[in-house]
Design a protein around this ligand. Sequence first.
Ligand code: BES
Ligand code: MN
Length: 459
Amino acid sequence: MQNVLDYLKQNQPRFVDELCEYVRFPSVSAQPQHKRDLQACAEWVVKHCQRIGLEAQLCATEGNPVVVARTPHRSASLRTARPHFVVYGHYDVQPPEPFELWKSPPFEPRIEGRSLFGRGSSDNKGQNLAHLKAVEAYLKTGTELPCDITFVIEGEEEVGSKSLASFLKDYHTELSCDAIVISDTGMPTRKHPALTYALRGIAAFQITLRGPARDLHSGIFGGTVDNPAMALCQLIGKMRDKSGRVAIPGFYDDVAPLSAYEKREFARLPFTARQYQKFLGVPKLFGERGFTPMEQRSARPTFEINGLTSGYQGEGSKTIVPAWARVKITTRLVPNQKPARIIKLVRQHLKRLCPPSVRLEIKSGHGAEPYLVSPTSPQAQAGLRALKAAFGCEPVLLREGGSIPIINTLRRLLRADALLLGLGLPDDNAHSPNEKFDLDCFEKGQVMCAYLWQELSRL
Ligand code: BES
Ligand code: MN
């Protein structure tokens, strides 16, 4: 094991260069013009896996390819006595817009102090590369791994993991394993490494209201037709009350309350509302009454506008009644809400409230169920020991508000629980301009992964 740790220590500068190479691919899954970049990025991951001694292949899907890479000697047909673990990650990234707010271009990685800036550096390239580097250290030092490991790194996580879901239908027997390890979540501070035992689910949709057949002169026609932008604002305004509670009938029916144990654990996390407010740059925090911000962001559902478009957006003014207005919505879901039921409730409510002066179109997008496992299982304990050994601090337990859409499918098809050991920091700017990954988290993350295989294989 010492060889492994020494190898990691000695090779950090090269690992950082490799992370820069990885971040250089604009692998934006939401934007069709980047299709080739996703392919190229996946090919880079395959080559990288091969270089470090893994048996890797690019698996084509209807969408972006999936990279599957396994430690040597694990034959697909032969189940060995050794434990088998699957490491899941994603090479796709969120759109980088708005470009003008980046201090340096999103796909030209820049290092400042201990931060590596670039879209995808934290979510999720830096985190999955940390896992690869830990295994590289075993393979390149000739240290025997106590287990077999298969990496599954996909290219559609940020858009709902549709192709991976179909891929798994055919491929899951080869991937059946003892645990699924994922580093794609966060930790509260550098001194609080974390095991995440719950994630929120999600349901996405796009709502369009159409009015006149074309944009109209607002002086000549305004006052005789409804304004789709105004109608949309009024309609959407009815979906939530003043304190942020969702006002859709039935929306809370299946929400599981927080246990007293969880409430106590949340209260122990390093958090002050004042700092949180300053960090986010809001004049005042806002949220559902009766819950702390920590509870609101991880264990309560939401209804959010992600994008809102209508009418003239250019310089100066243009006096029109726009022909249409559109809003992109996601709701975050908590146990035991089901995306399909939520989408149905939202549709019904919108139809009921939409005025007859506009036409309503609802397109539902991706959906994912919320995730929750026991934080006290032997595997969770093993994860906590690995975190403590690498970071030298007592780890905390988290429920996170983000979603990993494939996680429940993985769990069901591979018949194993997921262990979420995230390396992102709250100020990594995931999905925001100036995303960065902390190089200490990168290095300690590699060490954590190295310990993890020992801890997990001992069970
Ligand atoms: N890494 C995140 C998920 C995450 C972030 C979980 C922080 C917990 C804490 C992941 O890459 C992500 O952003 N997922 C999307 C999924 C969606 C687009 C279907 C999300 O949560 O918005
Ligand atoms: Mn993300």
